[in-house]
Design a protein around this ligand. Sequence first.
Ligand code: HEM
Length: 492
Amino acid sequence: MLPSCLRAPASLQTSFRWSRTLWTRSLAKPSLFNSSSAASRFKTNFSSSSVSRSAIRAAANSNALSIDKRFFSTNQQAESPDGLPILPPKSVGMWLMASSTLVFAIIVVGGITRLTESGLSITEWKPVTGILPPLSQAQWEEEFEKYKATPEFKLLNHSFQLEDFKHIFYMEWNHRILGRLIGVVFVGPLVYFAVKKRISKSLAVRLGGLALLIGAQGGLGWYMVKSGLDDSLMETPGAVPRVSQYRLAAHLGLALLLYAGMFSQGLAIIKDWKYATGAKNWMGLTTLAFTKALQSPAVVRFKARSLGLTALVFLTALSGAFVAGLDAGLMYNEFPFMGGRLTPPRDELMSAAYARLPDGSDKWWRNIFENPTTVQFDHRVLAMATYLGTALLFFRARGMRAVLPPVTRTAVTAAFAVVNLQLLLGITTLLHLVPVPLAAAHQAGSVMVLSAMLHVILTLRHPGAAAKAWRAMHMQRLNGGSKASAAKSTLK
Ligand code: HEM
């Protein structure tokens, strides 16, 4: 028993107990709402109170609580049996965050696979039977024979023994196993949540789209590997057996898109959940102040800049894939200069040697995507633009203390810190001629920069319509059931 000076007044204790009961019964286990017995239990509670559903819907749909129609928003059409829109439980958000963490991991493993030149060791794509590695000596010998027929073995690794081969084989095998695991971890719970109606139809369709993209990513990965196994490499003088930089960039780009989709949707669901369960303040402000802040033209501009910067981070990462694909990090190992000047000579950046058409009209784009000098230069320019953009956003956020939500300011500071680290990693990777640990850390850094920017955007997002409706109901119950308090409480 606590001494009386440390005990809350009796009235507060009662209200805390009451709100905890409500929390536990109705909101901490949202899945209950979607089962019919729980729905009817809720229905009874709901109709016994004086508030009408239309009041709650009106509160959720009022201008001040306008529905965010962007990708990150959820629950616009679907309705749970009790008449309120389906609110995905926190577990859905946690599952999406766990899936995005696995995608993060496979991006890093994929980078290490490429950096250790292991990616071309498995010469076939067998989605089901390929789950098992060779198990007997005879199977290993057979697998090694297939590798011996590849340009990579003939041109680069002809001194390889079976033990060396096993090493690179397992690296690529781990990468493919992780890919399959992501498919299972994503699709299994998705089917469960959809069948149990824990997620709205529109969310199920969006997540189904991500599931299809996971499948497409497997196919794209194999399409990329095939480009490095092509026998024509043997006939091209000076050709290096490696995958096409275009396909590598597409593979990394799709991985980043999958990551961004899972991460943003997962975080949005968790945030919505907090909002629905009556979190007192929102992004460090009262919900009314937050709604007002989001209407401020300065914040609207800030949000648009954050979106633009996120697109720039994505573009910079794609250009990094071209650097990696062409081994362009093995030249001009100095910074900020390239050959003692800020920019390499023009005829080297736009060399006629890269044109394939007789009139040379493809010179521009071929240099941009196929000339290692230009590719490295472009990556530097895009990286510096990303860095400057983030620095400007950081200083702008400091100047917007009065209007920007505190959580947004913290998120921007985190993004600036991560982009500083990424710049440092990029430069050290270049100066040290692309050692595996640094280059892998640089690849991981690009995902962290992307996450940090997505987080900034999510701190400036209106809660979804379902979260608003559930919060209105929750607050109305807490405030004793008056219609006015239900509507008002979602605004404060
Ligand atoms: C915001 C800034 C940056 C981002 C988002 C970024 C992103 C990336 C990404 C995604 C890759 C591909 C890695 C792979 O596919 O394995 C890459 C490669 C690379 N980046 Fe950056 N980068 C940034 C800044 C820099 C800077 C400033 C430098 C140095 C001047 C740099 C140098 C390199 C090099 C040398 C590679 C090739 C590494 C390899 O072969 O694996 N990066 N970058």
